[in-house]
Write a new protein. Sequence first.
Length: 426
Amino acid sequence: MLAAMSASLNSSPQATVVARGRGDACPGTLRLHSADDGALARIRIPGGVLTTAQALALADVATRLGDGDLHLTSRGNVQVRGLEGGCGGELAASLEAAGLLPSATHERVRNIVASPLSGLDGGGRFDVRPWLGDLDSRLCASASARSLSGRFLFALDDGRGDVAALGADVTVRAADGGAELALGAHREALLVSERDAPRAALVAAQTFLEAVSASDARVWRIAELPLNGAEFLELARTRLAAAGIVHEGRSRDRSYTPGPPPGAIGDSLCVHIPLGRLSAGQWRRLAGLAAGELRLTPWRGVVLPTSAPPTDEVLAGVAADGLVVDPASPWPRVGACIGSPGCAKSRADVRADAAASLPAVGARGLPLYWSGCERRCGHPPGDRVDVVAVAEGGYRLSTAVAGQDTPATTMPGPSALAAALAAITP
């Protein structure tokens, strides 16, 4: 199989190799990243699902070892910053005791997003939670999966189309007659049975690793492979057949919906976290409202299953704590990297500037992402306005919209945001 795969890779007229000049430096729990504000740990939370006990353990870690804050990522994971050197062993022991480190050899590859309201609001086709537990267990048990990049992403969508829009490498979406397996951005998908879906997702990831090995290229994601989507799909079909997984081709479902808005949804409370950062105290108070678990969303929010519909008093209390429960708030449309002083490469305190400019954002339009430099770390997928700090001071604004030219303008500071937005958006 590998010989045929290598021939396919080398012959593809559409292949564009994206070669990485160094190994995958994506941080984890056991591989910390050095930043200007101390070491950083990224703790993978598959599907964003935490028990309240695990959430409280994270708050304890952030308070005892870090800067006291928890940072939510665009994949529903948690980062702890400001860690002191030499605390790695204590950090790992605390997380393992909380059940957040089931496999030391797989901790960076447990990148799974899942529809956060699945099984809670009556939406979607069925609850994807059984898929989540099955896929995570299979990942941790697979020797080959240890070689996946920390950037390789799985998405489990209950059919509503929320996490299916996030550009995952392997997307499993509930569908009529089973589950739709989509690979990268390819327009075709494979229908497998609901029961086989987690195993098929792992087989797809293993096919990616075989393709990487055959191409002798250093790539981290399916889109970077030196072969086109149709060729990779055929490789996956061969691998699925060898694993005894029945499948058939179909057009990929391209209907998408946004993530849950802030506010009460049935017996759940959806809370948006401005810029994804909250104190350990705010985190503990949210955990106190949850009925057993918290679900972190890829949109830097938290879904709290509750024992009864959240009251106006509960909503008012969360809002008074500086968090967002108003669906009309502009905050869900605003994101930012860590910026200064946390990152040496950042040219500005982008978080302070994003907060200062919030009144100019409005409730509608493209989301805005503020970056301290051209790397745009943590930027969301999809259409947006990029607000990037420039070396000479101020910011450069440009639209990132698929299939359109990119107008751009500059602004001296956050007070000029409204005028700058008017210059580049209809």
